[in-house]
Design a protein around this ligand. Sequence first.
Ligand code: ZN
Length: 215
Amino acid sequence: MTITHRITDDILADYAAGNLPEAFSLVVAAHVSLSREARLRLDALEEIGGALLEQEPQVAVSASSFEATMARIQNTQPEAPTQQETRPCDVLPAPVRAYVGGTLDDVRWRSVGMGVKQAILHNSPDATARLLSIPGGSAMPDHGHQGMEMTMVLQGAFLDGDERFARGDVEVADEHLNHTPIADVGADCICLVACEGSLRFSGLIPRIAQPFLKL
Ligand code: ZN
């Protein structure tokens, strides 16, 4: 069982180099936009990367792919007045709003049962990004993973074992973890989730429903 509570330098370096699938890049971009600590670490890694580039022209490929990724993220951000960017009640960070094409009110939720809702933001064979909304006090379906899963809290909080994750926090899980995160009591817990492949559910009903729901 492996849980880490923050985005590691390894993942940030892959993000900076443009080596992460788009779904995970979205979570990292969203996390960095809310976490000054992660922003500073990313800046430091980019400086190191830049210094390496000056010494080693052959790694220029990853620099250009990094710039392409950043340009894609920046280009997909909606033009927003500065005051909107700093509005404190925005649940969705700017990179997520770019995928939604608006604010939280514009998310096209689909019910997946038990009060849980999801909206798929990006779907490709390597990784999927979605928003999940879980009623306060409810559990996510018990599930395992085919690979890495990143879950970032945008509203409310969830508990996983002894750990509590609140807005801006990221849980990184791998294929060895079977877990049942539970939304903390209070507001619906809204998370941005990226995972490799599709989630594997242990419960009978979610497993049957999985092909239809793309959950
Ligand atoms: Zn999980």
